[in-house]
Design a protein around this ligand. Structure first.
Ligand code: HEM
Length: 418
């Protein structure tokens, strides 16, 4: 591993999450320093190699021969192994965890049919997303007509993704409130530092979701509707090798993945545009720039901080020897602001050209929801600024309130006036 050039201690994983106030206020102070001093950093607290350089991360995150399943990680990789704690003895791996943590052949077997059905749904979902966004905007208009400020997160950024994914899955509107609650509970499965209460909440919500999906899969098999769950039962009927339990787990994964992340993408984008009026002016002058606005937000303020892989062979990274079963933590946030790759990386620039960001990871595990997240963010931002051209911070001097959930970056609240 590369040697630090001075004696200031290197951050442990705990100082690389928003639980740490310095990181929460400005992660890039910490990440720039780490990238400059020790870009391949063996962190003994997480038991992983923490990588921060784009040119190390991009090839590794895209390398399909590396492992993802934490069961393949060495015992010392305590952070990854936390995800492996709950596997019952002798259970089929695909029936214990989602594609997020699976390796081939299970990963490809399950992800294949899911991608096929999901992408086809997303490709036709623009009208549904537009309707959902319009509904939220109508509700906001009712508040702003009385001159009141409002919280964009709870009124807009939170409901849109959950309504969109629920509508694609085929969740009844009457169950949406429960769905939101369950989704928030199960997201704790991504928090390796969760406490006992959070674990209990996660388990309760996860059981409720599984029961809901189990019943709905059965029902749609008998009585297909125009939704993703029916598409999947049809594919099973045509021979897709995927059990009902595997389907349930991965439908939950879509819900978990599709909820908070996209909420944060929309919230972060609105905040950045309001902080950079010259960039917002470009969007207003040319609404066709919306795609670039979303991509630059994903680079500049990605909702997901990290992803990981496990070495499937002895290898060398940035001059450091890595042994089979040792684990990597990739800081997607640090890679996206690497000055060796992005000119003036800390400038929010919607006209930026050059290499793609890594906010969605890469390779076999690249985010399955990326097309939906992009669609939702593009529709939501376009319509929001069209409907409320005078949107502004309610308290321009107030510091942003970032959430503390490790490895995610999003706002607790975003008080605005229109
Ligand atoms: C801006 C929004 C989003 C961001 C930043 C994001 C980010 C990510 C990242 C970094 C990964 C890991 C990729 C890797 O390890 O290479 C991932 C995987 C995943 N995401 Fe997303 N995601 C977003 C939205 C969504 C949505 C909308 C869904 C579902 C509807 C979703 C579902 C998933 C699933 C199921 C995986 C696991 C894929 C696999 O391992 O094969 N995500 N996402």
């Amino acid at each position: 591993m590369s040697e630090p050039q001075d004696t200031k201690p290197l951050p442990t994983i705990f100082q690389l999450t928003p639980l740490d106030p310095t990181y929460r206020a400005d992660p890039h102070q910490v990440l720039d320093d780490l990238r400059a001093r020790c870009p391949v950093h063996r962190d003994n607290v997480s038991g992983t190699f923490v990588l921060t350089r784009y040119n190390d991360i991009r090839p590794l995150v895209s390398d399909r021969s590396l492992w993802r399943d934490p069961l393949n990680a060495e015992e010392a990789a305590v952070m990854q192994r936390r995800f492996a704690d709950v596997v019952p003895e002798g259970a089929a791996r695909g029936e214990t965890t989602s594609i997020l943590m699976l390796d081939d052949p299970d990963h490809a077997r399950i992800r294949g049919p899911l991608v096929q059905a999901f992408y086809a749904r997303v490709a036709r979902s623009r009208p549904q997303v537009e309707e959902i966004v319009d509904r939220s905007l109508d509700a906001i208009a009712a508040i702003t007509e009385q001159g009141q400020p409002f919280d964009l997160m709870s009124r807009f950024c939170v409901p849109i993704p959950i309504d969109a994914i629920a509508s694609i899955l085929g969740v009844e509107h009457s169950r949406l409130a429960e769905f939101r609650e369950w989704s928030e509970g199960v997201i704790q499965s991504l928090n390796p530092f969760r406490n006992e209460d959070q674990t209990a909440q996660m388990e309760r919500c996860s059981e409720a979701l599984s029961a809901y999906f189990a019943a709905t899969i059965e029902e749609r098999r008998r009585n297909p509707q125009d939704d993703l769950i029916s598409d999947m039962t049809r594919l099973q009927g045509e021979g897709a090798p995927l059990s009902d339990v595997e389907l349930q787990i991965n439908l939950s994964a879509l819900l978990i993945g599709g909820n908070l992340t996209t909420t944060d993408l929309i919230g972060n984008a609105v905040r950045l545009l309001l902080l950079h009026p010259e960039e917002l002016a470009k969007l207003k002058a040319d609404p066709g720039l919306i795609n670039q606005v979303v991509e630059e937000t994903l680079r500049y303020e990605p909702p997901v901080d990290i992803t990981g892989r496990i070495a499937s062979r002895d290898m060398e990274v940035g001059g450091c020897p890595v042994k089979t079963s040792q684990a990597f933590t990739f800081s997607l946030r640090a890679a996206n602001r690497d000055p060796d790759v992005f000119e003036d990386p800390h400038r929010f620039d919607v006209n930026r050209k050059g290499k793609p960001h890594v906010a969605f990871g890469g390779g076999a595990h690249i985010c399955i929801g990326a097309p939906l997240a992009r669609l939702e963010a593009q529709v939501a931002l376009g319509k929001l600024f069209e409907r409320f051209p005078n949107l502004r911070f309610a308290e321009p001097e107030a510091a942003p309130e970032w959430r503390t959930l490790p490895f995610f970056r999003g706002l607790e609240r975003l008080e605005l006036r229109a």
